[in-house]
Ligand binder design. Structure first.
Ligand code: NIG
Ligand code: FE
Length: 415
């Protein structure tokens, strides 16, 4: 039995009662911050107290202890970057114009086709290590950067390979409707996808299908088609919606029983209440909003109305080359007027719920010991914007990262 004890924290982020009551964001204020310790055994949290006999003991004095972050929306693995497009955006060129000119997703698809498997994996591995250093202990991967059936299958296979290699747990989403491949139509591409769906779903442990509804991508009717496949395959439906313009995709997604709607910068005001009342997560991506000069999602209104709010990096080469959830927490505080508790809830319990991982996301006995030591109170994470507060990362009860200089906090073998 491997045992770990985290001792004497300045504050622990605790749920006042068992988890699921706190998915609704209007209850985030009830989360408790209390000093104390945590004991873990065999990869699980076993008690909210210390264990003097534990094999590994971590001195958490001055630190906040929080659940490991769950990044429920990334586009790993992808090939290369698109810094030149960011410069165009800084000069005011809109995303749609860049995409229509052959840039955007099509440009990442060319880079993906030219890269070897090892090159794609090497880049993704390095980004997974970056995620870990910033406290991400579980992350989602997506396909969607290949724009051919063979390429999609390859990207899903690489996502599965990445999941086997990295320290974190991963989930795989097949983003089957991301951009219309050059030279074809949305309908023709979706016909191809439909015919290949069984082999795509077999290329990785796919738990969700995803679609991008936008003028330069797919329509609400296309989303309906993808939603039908998700239902038939027994996987979740997720959708990139209302990012650059309002298409009223949220009522469609809710009708289809989607697990999440992501972006929402242009969410129609009439859609706030139905979304908040539903069992569908509102995924906010303030990194993409900021770098893409997008509008600000009505995240304050969604939270007040009791939506299941999730925050994520959207890590991708086009709209959000950001790997730091601490930075995203800071952007959410500034852009949405969210408290630190609201932002932490959105990257822990709620993000775990979205990925259907009820075994993590909270500091409770019986949950997985995915834990972070932050080097100050949680309020410092949004306040000291751009700084990484993560000092120690524990994944499944094993110490996976210690900030250089902080080794003194550990006593005992931490292998
Ligand atoms: O989440 N919106 C669609 N997909 C990505 C960006 C795609 C790209 O430009 O590479 C997103 O923002
Ligand atoms: Fe995305």
């Amino acid at each position: 039995m491997s045992t770990l004890s985290i001792e004497g924290a300045l504050e622990r982020l605790l749920l006042p009662e068992p988890g699921l009551a706190y998915l609704r964001h209007d209850r985030a204020g009830e989360l408790r911050l209390e000093p104390g310790s945590l004991a873990c055994a065999d990869g699980l949290i076993v008690a909210l107290e210390d264990d003097v006999a534990a094999e590994v003991r971590i001195d958490a004095s001055g630190c906040a202890v929080v659940p490991g972050f769950v990044d429920a929306h990334t586009h790993l693995p992808f090939a290369g970057w698109r810094a030149e497009e960011y410069e165009q955006k800084l000069r005011g060129v809109p995303y749609e114009e860049i995409a229509r000119g052959g840039g955007g997703i099509a440009s990442s698809a060319r880079a993906f086709a030219e890269a070897t498997d090892e090159q794609v994996l090497a880049q993704a591995r390095a980004l997974a290590a970056e995620l870990l250093r910033h406290g991400t202990t579980t992350f989602e991967c997506k396909s969607g950067y290949a724009l051919s059936i063979e390429g999609e299958r390859r990207q899903l296979g690489l996502a599965a390979a990445l999941g086997r290699e990295v320290d974190q747990a991963t989930r795989v989403t097949a983003l089957v409707a991301h951009a219309v491949p050059p030279g074809t139509t949305a309908a023709a591409w979706l016909d191809e996808v439909e015919a290949a769906l069984p082999e795509l779903l077999a290329a990785a442990p796919v738990t969700a299908l995803d679609a991008f509804v936008e003028s330069v991508a797919f329509s609400n009717d296309d989303l309906r088609r993808v939603g039908g496949w998700a239902r038939a395959a027994g996987v979740a439906l997720r959708a990139h919606v209302e990012q650059l313009a309002t298409h009223r995709s949220v009522p469609v997604a809710l009708e289809l029983g989607a697990r999440s709607v992501d972006h929402l910068a242009c969410l129609h005001p009439d859609d706030v209440a139905p979304l908040a009342a539903s069992e569908c997560a509102a995924v906010l991506l303030p990194g993409a909003e900021l770098l893409g000069a997008e509008q600000t999602a009505p995240a304050r209104a969604l939270a007040d109305a009791g939506a299941i709010c999730v925050l994520a990096t959207d890590l991708n080469p086009g709209t959000s080359p950001i790997s730091s959830l601490p930075l995203i927490i800071g952007l959410a505080a500034r852009r949405y007027g969210w408290t630190a508790k609201e932002a932490f809830l959105a990257v822990t319990l709620n993000a775990a719920w979205l990925l259907d991982l009820p075994d993590r996301g909270a500091l409770e006995p019986g949950r997985r010991a995915d834990l972070l030591l932050l080097d100050g109170p949680i309020a410092h994470t949004p306040y000291r914007l751009g700084r990484n507060p993560v000092e120690v990362v524990v994944v499944g009860g094993a110490v996976r990262h210690v900030r250089p200089g902080s080794e003194w906090r550990l006593q005992g073998s931490h292998a």
